[in-house]
Design a protein around this ligand. Structure first.
Ligand code: GTP
Ligand code: MG
Length: 297
């Protein structure tokens, strides 16, 4: 029998470093939402990529930051759990920010593990000479198998990095049967696409305080999807912002999300968005399990 290789690669790093952008680039399509705001990814998301005959199961994680609230703790917890199961750890850092305290803290946590990789991302936005001191300092911090310089956005250096990761995958039967699968439930993925648009169009701080839930999906006789979602906010002021004057804001979010859903899935859809005030949503267990997070007391 031919040997097969399959294993997990945990993508970890500070929030906004470009982890989800990288995963989308690797998969060649959007599997994880991206925004210019921090703390975009909330849940752990796995995506399967074949590199030749080697199977890599990438785990995108919420960015690591100093957890202040319950949702924060659940997100950072999900990221660190992913590290525990991984065959390789890929630390993504933002080259424009250099080596921050968050990076130092993370390296401290993982440095005794084997198959450690670090990627300096966003090198498209940094002058080359500025990268050298970062690489020099990183080299002394842990026993990296490789230090990559990449641009996830421009797909620069990503292919070479995949080969290096594939080379350390353990011998194992394929752990996933679908070569190109993503294990996120449809309802959650649909909700994520809408949350992404809220992050895109609303510029106040409140996006972090919202939640999107897909409540129902129906298919009519013509195959058109009717998708019902609620956008959960903490108070009336937030609700006003999300809806906007004359409903314009909500309409903009809904239209963009609907287009995205149609593009991603190749379907026709109607998206019905409702804004609900639930002051306490961050303290309710079901809002965590829905997003694949553990509710920590
Ligand atoms: N210039 C540049 N920008 C990038 C690159 N990769 C990601 N970005 C931008 O960085 C921002 C954050 O990207 P994300 O992929 O959402 O970052 P993340 O690490 O997943 O963030 P969290 O989910 O919050 O932890 C977005 O505005 C991206 O477009 C890159 O290679 N170059
Ligand atoms: Mg992310």
């Amino acid at each position: 029998m031919e040997k097969t290789y399959s294993g997990f690669v945990a993508i970890i790093g500070p929030t906004n470093a470009g982890k989800s952008t990288l995963l989308n680039q690797i998969m060649g399509r959007k599997v994880s939402i991206v925004s210019h705001k921090v703390q975009t990814t909330r849940t752990r998301l796995r995506a399967v990529k074949m590199v030749g005959d080697r199977q890599l199961i990438f785990v995108d994680t919420p960015g690591v930051f100093k957890p202040k609230r319950r949702l924060d703790r659940a997100m950072v917890g999900a990221a660190m759990d992913a590290v525990g199961d991984a065959d390789a750890i890929l630390l993504i850092m933002d080259a424009t920010k250099g080596i921050t305290d968050t990076i130092r803290g993370l390296v401290e946590k993982i440095k005794d593990r084997s198959n450690l990789f670090v990627a300096l991302n966003k090198v498209d936005a940094v002058a080359k000479p500025n990268l050298l001191p970062i690489v020099a300092e990183l080299s002394g911090m842990a026993d990296w198998r490789d230090i990559f310089m990449i641009s996830a956005l421009k797909n620069d250096g990503v292919v070479g990095m995949l080969d290096a990761l594939a080379a350390v995958m353990p011998e194992s039967p394929y752990l996933f049967h679908d070569a190109d699968a993503v294990d996120v439930p449809d309802e959650l993925y649909l909700a994520e696409l809408t949350r992404e648009k809220v992050y895109k169009y609303i510029h106040q701080e409140l996006p972090y305080h919202i939640n999107v839930v897909t409540e129902q999906v129906d298919v009519d006789a013509d195959g058109v999807l009717d998708i019902y979602q609620k956008i959960v906010v903490q108070n009336d002021a937030h609700k006003k912002i999300v809806i906007g004057r004359g409903g314009e804001q909500l309409k903009q979010i809904g239209t963009a999300a609907r287009h995205d859903i149609q593009d991603q899935w190749g379907v026709n859809a109607r998206l019905h968005l409702f804004v609900r005030v639930e002051p306490d949503w961050e303290n309710k267990a079901e809002n965590y399990t829905d997003q694949g997070l553990e509710f920590k007391k």
